[in-house]
Design a binder for this molecule. Sequence first.
Ligand code: NBP
Length: 479
Amino acid sequence: MNASAHIGVTGLAVMGRNLARNFARHGYTVAVHNRTAARTRSLVEEFGHEGTFVPAEAAEEFVDSLQRPRRIMIMVQAGPATDAVIQEFVPLLESGDMIIDGGNAHFADTRRREAALQEHGIHFVGAGISGGEEGALNGPSIMPGGSKESYAVLGPMFETISAHVDGEPCSTHIGPDGAGHFVKMVHNGIEYADMQLIAEAYDLLRQVAEYSPAEIAEIFRTWNKGRLNSYLIEITAEVLSHTDADTGRPFVDVIADAAGQKGTGRWTVQTALDLGSPATTIAQATFARAASSQPALRSAYRPLPGGTHIPMTRSEAERFTTQVEEALYASKVIAYDQGFKMIQDVAGAYGWDIDFGAVAGIWRGGCIIRAAFLDRISTAHAADPTLVSLLAEPAFAQEITAAQVPWREVVATAARRGIPTPAFAAALSSYDTLRAERLPAALLQGQRDYFGAHTYQRTDKEGTFHTHWTQPDRPETAA
Ligand code: NBP
């Protein structure tokens, strides 16, 4: 067989099929393969005219059609299916070949696979791909990990098929082994937080300001022209302005209020706990989905009292809308900051050299959290690669300072009226935690020392100490 294909894609469900078409549309010769050959045939029948595809039914035939070093992109279900496909291909490959996992793998699996394939001299590249079906076809945001050598070969291909913003590709080498999938996971965690914050803003405008979904859609459209400009705000306005064809009711009112999840938010929260990274807004957004899907628990709580409903005048509602915009923006800055902190923490833990500015840069297009303000996040991190927090950057600090009164007013109004705002409140509380001069952590240390002799440090002298709490005069000793 003529080894003509620049890249091979195995796994031709929605994502693999669209990525294969994207490569082909950009002039690459693409070998295509799927466990069930019917998918391969239908891809070529329907879209063969879009470029050059080399279909293969057998794995050997697929591998033989690839130029060396061979580049195989796996687009199958994450988990055991990915391992099964790797096992199938490794014996057919040789040193220097590359396997790219474009699925939503857990970064720990990617680390394991990368280490195992290194022993065969095969480059394993865990590449986070965001943008869903549409992005895969027309330009996703691509977050590849793995070796620098593999990016030297794959980078130009990824950068060609990725989304572009201001002429810049939305693909960059994130870092070694699992770094790409880690960053994709955090992207999804931020996505959970961003969506929850938008949903809470909607709920406040609906319940407190008593706007209709169609009116709120217009508010979101206005916000989308300003600093909140983003894909998620844009689609929110679309969803809110949609009317149900069967009932004539606002579509949002006929959708069951139980949110689903596929697991990347949960992974982000679990990993944040492992790293000790306080990603509280992302965690609350994930728990909010879980709580919404607990009907028995919700029924048990439903009869209990809530807050007070106080009608607003039109001008009060307009003022409140402005406050919600401020609160949403400030909370969003905190959520993104928490995501970046996780990436900084993992980089420290694993010694990964990650360019945080470049990460924000490739999230400006192609992916679900694409937003105008990522430009500013990118600039802030690029200007100071050691930036601990966005809030240490003067322009963001100024905006957060300006948002103080409305942000607190919105969270207080929600509490008084009994409207849940777990993500808004978590963001504000995170802000207040991190800016506090003194935290009650001092009391926690006292409690821990009391029941578990866990020791403490003092503010006035060096060393580690323990108080003998049960002795009458409670003597203190150096531990
Ligand atoms: P799915 O996640 O639905 O997986 C279906 C594909 O996996 C089919 O090609 C199927 O082959 C193949 N497959 C399975 Br299942 N088990 C296999 C096995 N043991 N051996 C070989 N092939 C096997 O596809 P998708 O929605 O296109 O997503 C692909 C990857 O991209 C996933 O990891 C997903 O998490 C990730 N992702 C998806 C999105 C999205 O918006 N859908 C976005 C970003 C990332 P068959 O045809 O023979 O059954």
